[in-house]
Design a binder for this molecule. Structure first.
Ligand SMILES: [Zn+2]
Length: 267
């Protein structure tokens, strides 16, 4: 039994044995960006780390050390935001995962909670599969949360109830429900979020203030630690179940470990 699911809390022999037992690594993807006066700037990466940990327990995997940064130029008008360029972010993801592949990792599950990362993750994920032989799956955890809890928690909004619950499940001391103030108008925020999340038409926005002039919107005042833990369990159950099924399908479709053995011999 592993003492931890976190890669950087383990020793070399523990990691070597674990990659032999089950060569699955999980990469948490998020961002450092303003989330209003009530949530920490690490909200998105904290969500991915805590979900990654729960999924790792369910799937017997290892959580790679999280890169806190993501691609988030949209939030730069507000202090508290730090962004990488897509190119830098893709290189970080690729080089971290290629290192683990060289030590035997075969399955990569990316757990992402930040929409601004999606395009970069897709390009890097494709390269990790095609050029480095990993079986790769990305779970857009914030959308999984919205699918399961959007109805009861006011939808997926920047700084709203779903995001507050994600941090409450990880570090309740970082959530300041007593400091909530100045949510932007809900109808306006939902209209713009809906527009940028449609499948057929994809407008490019430069500034979060187009969606939410105060930087955030939603109703996090109803969030509690218990509801956050319940949300976390449900999201982790859903991702673990889907990911297990999808990795099995990828194995069947791609020759699975045979394809990767071929790659390892060639490298
Ligand atoms: Zn967020």
């Amino acid at each position: 039994m592993l003492p931890s699911r976190q890669f950087i809390e383990l020793t070399q022999p523990e990691i070597a044995a674990q990659l032999k037992a089950n060569p699955l690594v999980i990469f948490p993807a998020g961002s450092v960006e303003q989330h209003g006066p009530h949530l920490p700037t690490g909200t998105d990466i904290f969500a991915s780390i805590v979900i990654g940990e729960e999924v790792a327990k369910r799937m017997n995997g290892l959580v790679l050390p999280a890169c806190p940064f993501g691609v988030t130029p949209m939030h730069m008008p507000f202090e508290g935001t730090i962004t990488l360029t897509p190119d830098t972010y893709m290189r970080v993801l690729t080089e971290v995962c290629v290192s683990t592949a060289q030590h035997g990792a075969k399955y990569l599950l990316i757990i992402n909670w930040h929409e601004g990362n999606i395009a970069s993750l897709a390009i890097a994920a494709e390269a990790l599969h095609r050029e480095h032989g990993m079986s790769v799956l990305t779970a857009q955890a914030c959308y999984v949360a919205a699918e399961i809890f959007g109805h009861e928690m006011g939808g997926l909004t920047h700084g709203g109830e779903i995001e507050a619950h994600a941090v409450l499940a990880y570090r309740p001391d970082l959530v300041h429900l007593d400091r909530i103030g100045q949510s932007s108008e809900h109808g306006h925020g939902h209209k713009w979020d809906k527009l940028r999340r449609t499948r057929s038409f994809q407008p490019v926005l430069t500034d979060i203030r187009t969606i939410a002039p105060t930087g955030w919107y939603g109703s996090p005042e109803h969030a509690t630690v218990d509801k956050g833990k319940h949300m976390l369990e449900a999201i982790a159950d859903s991702i673990a179940k889907e990911a297990t099924d999808i990795f099995r399908m990828l194995d069947e479709a791609q020759g699975g470990t045979a394809e990767i053995k071929h790659f390892r011999k060639a490298s």
